[in-house]
Design a protein around this ligand. Structure first.
Ligand SMILES: Cc1cc2nc3c(=O)[nH]c(=O)nc-3n(C[C@H](O)[C@H](O)[C@H](O)COP(=O)(O)OP(=O)(O)OC[C@H]3O[C@@H](n4cnc5c(N)ncnc54)[C@H](O)[C@@H]3O)c2cc1C
Length: 501
């Protein structure tokens, strides 16, 4: 490639989590001959939520060379071992979606087949009782996974809860050290080349022009570049994912800091509890079609513990994705690309994936269509996979105590999800691809948590008679229960390694 074709100037529009995560990773990965400018407007601000994550965030931070304890210290971070779903399939019901695996697979057979056989023989223990992440979570304990591959505590995983604003600031300091230039100002106009429609520059309210070869739209839900300027349409998924409004409020802690997120279903959606080191993040996610704002606010305030520390903030959102994520010389990353409600904390992950995919498909100035198409195809598959997983929580409810839940129970769902449910319901098999975010154990946690069980034991189990199943399952449970007693509390872990400064 001749150097005249090489991209030399990248403009990132937006300084929320998406903007600064992109700036940090690009400044680290594109080592030389590149200028990166990030434009953001303090007056517009950021969405300011996005406090719960999933395990791959660790890889993202590691690739940046960030020290875990330093990051937790500066971002008010705590540990997340999974999500406790309360009142989802029915009222007064709880299940846990743990990070990492359930017990161990043996003889190349998934652990769940053994569990299902044991269950069919009368064992009453829910699947989560065989997850070390759950044993840690329910006892408010934490210690890093064991390096001994034979230990049942080597297979759990974890992510973080943190303050999204502090994370953006942390990455801003990181990026600026590596040469990223921050440009404060509101963009009032986006300019395109007459010849090919590529974006050429953005004009700020003070008249200044910021030019570039390649533009990354991290402008949030407004999708200023990809949507408003290049006209890429939004595909709406609200027929299956009804929630379109959130109310967020912060409170003080009244209990030990739990190492997991809580998701508590109510009549028209659900509420989150996200524990940071010095405060609790609380929120209501609901559908404006089924509940008015004031009632949702009252429900939230009456349900939370602790002293209210912030004014409740209302956030309206649309669920769905852009028809394309990359068009001409512009890629959308973050809320500008799409949004799947925060139930499984997947948004920051989608940002991380888009950044890494952009790096592996990094273009020259011509931005070949075939390259963009590949990027778009891969991203579409990723969005649809996560969409299905989230819909499952709503569809597989037995609640019929409100119009909202009755709609969810009876709604038509994508064929791909219907197939997954039917496949699992028959013998406990699952359709999972190695590139999927949610793997065998994630689907298992939610399917069985929502009271969907295989009608019969996997046929292969008829040939697996050597193992003494009751003894093996009891020993797994015993070892998990006993090991956890010896581990430090989550509070102690934070205090010792990464106390918020
Ligand atoms: C209720 C709710 C809860 C969520 N919870 C989670 C969670 O637990 N976990 C998770 O992973 N994700 C969560 N998310 C998603 C997460 O918050 C976002 O994915 C993430 O914050 C990225 O946002 P963003 O950077 O794309 O957009 P924003 O934060 O909105 O940033 C947009 C940026 O663009 C700039 N901008 C816009 N227009 C202009 C203009 N004209 N000129 C100059 N600058 C401009 C703004 O100033 C800002 O800097 C949640 C989202 C919502 C709505």
């Amino acid at each position: 490639m001749s150097t005249k074709d090489q991209i030399n100037n990248i403009v990132i529009v937006g300084g929320g989590s998406a903007g600064w995560m992109t700036a940090a990773m690009l400044s680290k990965q594109l080592e030389s001959n590149i200028n990166i400018t990030l434009v953001e407007s303090d007056n517009i601000g950021t969405v300011g939520v996005g406090e719960a994550t999933i395990p791959p965030i660790k890889t993202f931070n590691r690739l940046l060379g960030i020290d875990e304890n330093d990051f937790l210290k500066h971002c008010n971070g705590s540990i997340k071992l999974g999500i406790s779903f309360e009142n989802w399939p029915e009222k007064n019901h709880q299940y846990f979606h743990p990070f990492g695996r359930f017990a161990v697979d043996f003889d190349y057979i998934p652990f769940s087949y053994f569990w299902n056989k044991h269950r069919a023989a009368g064992d009453q223990k829910p699947l989560q009782e065989y997850a070390s992440a759950w044993h840690l979570a329910k006892n408010n304990k934490f210690s890093l996974p064991s390096n001994d591959k034979k230990s049942l505590f080597s297979g759990f995983d974890y992510a973080y809860h943190f303050d999204a604003g502090l994370y953006a600031n942390y990455l801003r300091r990181y990026s600026e050290k590596l040469g990223v230039k921050r440009q404060e100002g509101k963009i009032t106009q986006v300019n395109t080349h007459a010849k090919n429609g590529f974006i050429s520059s953005v004009t700020l309210a003070n008249g200044k022009n910021v030019t570039g070869d390649f533009f990354i739209d991290c402008s949030g839900g407004s999708a200023l570049l990809l949507g408003k300027t290049l006209g890429v349409k939004f595909i709406d998924w609200s027929n299956n994912l009804l929630c379109n409004r959130a109310i967020a409020v912060q409170t003080s802690h009244v209990k030990p800091i739990s190492p997991y997120t809580r998701s508590i279903a109510n009549t028209s959606g659900w509420q989150w509890r996200i524990p940071l080191q010095t405060r609790m993040g609380n929120g209501s996610v609901h559908s404006s079609e089924f509940i008015d704002e004031q009632t949702a606010m009252d429900d939230l305030i009456s349900a939370i513990d602790g002293e209210v520390l912030s004014e409740p903030r209302v956030i309206n959102f649309n669920v769905g994705r852009r028809e394309k994520f990359w068009h001409k010389n512009c890629v959308a990353i973050g809320l500008s690309a799409g949004f799947l409600e925060p139930l499984e904390s997947t948004s920051l992950h989608l940002i991380q994936r888009a950044i890494m995919r952009l790096i592996s498909h990094f273009p020259n100035k011509h931005c070949d269509e075939i390259n963009a198409k590949q990027f778009n195809n891969l991203t579409t598959v990723e969005y649809e996979h996560i969409r299905d997983f989230i819909i499952l929580h709503y569809k597989a409810t037995q609640r019929d105590d409100s119009e909202f839940w009755r709609y969810c129970q009876h709604m038509a769902i994508p064929d791909s999800l219907q197939h997954q449910i039917e496949l699992f319901s028959s013998h406990g098999h699952l359709n999972v691809d190695s590139s999927d975010l949610f793997k065998q154990d994630n689907w298992l946690a939610v399917l069985t948590g929502q009271n969907i069980f295989p009608e019969s034991v996997a046929p292969i189990m008829a040939y697996k008679q050597k193992i003494n199943l009751p003894k093996t399952m009891d020993s797994f449970h015993y070892v998990m229960t006993e090991t956890v007693k010896k581990l430090p509390s989550h509070d102690e872990y934070l205090k010792q390694h990464c106390l918020f400064q």
